[in-house]
Design a protein around this ligand. Structure first.
Ligand SMILES: *Cc1c(COP(=O)(O)O)cnc(C)c1O
Length: 248
């Protein structure tokens, strides 16, 4: 489907664009994790990407993550250095799958999910699951996450997120890692930039409250350079590496 060389070239190109964006913002590119989004691609593609040097993979569906992880571990053994990122929101009946198979969860959008994940994680895994709280900054109805569309002026919105962060920080099976957001679908660059900038500002507001530094998962194929300029620590990139997704 892909040659290892072809994938290595694509990922080098994306990494260079990340490094250049980081440089423009005066940031160290080594502080940015490129998550290769392999959704819809079979495990063989993940294995080719691994051979090409990638080891951070993102899936938006928990079943697909669990299946691919199992296939990759069959081929490479369990101790393979791969980090699996669950990047899509979870339904509550899928929390066990994510708690058992994901290494990082980017799209926590409800405390009910947090409690279920934590409970299961403690039962089946030795380490807590790092989670990003998803925030909806743009206000688009199609977006998940805590409604933060006017957080700067709305104390209720800030309180909701503070309570969520404090709750997650205290759950034994979870570890608060940061904030995640999605840019509006068809917006102008300035609008996208504003969403990322406001997400980072929200995180900087939250940091002293929770007493820890936070990471920022933001940016996809069409906007990861803007995200890096605005402080992303994790970019989730699919099409720029693998091309258009396969129809399932
Ligand atoms: C699919 C997906 C991505 C990657 O999208 P591309 O446009 O292919 O880079 C990132 N984040 C989430 C949550 C996704 O579902």
């Amino acid at each position: 489907m892909f040659s290892v060389n072809e994938l290595a070239e694509r990922v080098t190109a994306v990494s260079q664009r990340i490094a250049q964006a980081a440089e423009r913002a005066g940031r160290d590119p080594d502080t940015i994790t490129l998550v290769a989004v392999t959704k819809t691609w079979p495990a063989e593609v993940v294995l080719a990407a691994y051979e090409a040097g990638m080891c951070q993979f993102g899936e938006n569906r928990a079943e697909e993550l669990a299946e691919k992880r199992t296939a990759v571990e069959l081929a490479l053994g369990k101790d393979n250095g791969v980090v699996w990122h669950q990047i899509g929101t979870l339904q509550s009946r899928k929390t066990a799958l994510a708690a058992d198979h994901a290494d990082v969860f980017h799209a926590l959008d409800r405390l009910k999910i947090a409690r279920r994940l934590s409970e299961r994680r403690v039962e089946t895994q030795k380490t807590p699951l790092p989670v990003f709280l998803e925030v909806n900054i743009s206000g688009e109805a199609s977006k998940s996450g805590w409604d933060m569309r006017e957080w700067e002026t709305n104390a209720t919105q800030r309180d909701n997120l503070r309570i969520a962060a404090e709750t997650v920080a205290e759950l034994p099976g979870l570890k608060l890692h940061g904030l995640m957001t999605m840019a509006p679908w068809t917006a102008a660059e300035t609008e996208i930039r504003t969403v990322f900038r406001r997400t980072r500002a929200l995180g900087l507001w939250l940091e002293p409250i929770v007493g820890q530094s936070l990471s920022f998962s933001m940016g996809m194929t069409d906007d990861f350079e803007i995200a890096v300029e605005e402080g992303a620590t994790h970019v989730r990139v699919g099409r720029a590496i693998f091309g258009s997704r396969r129809k399932l």
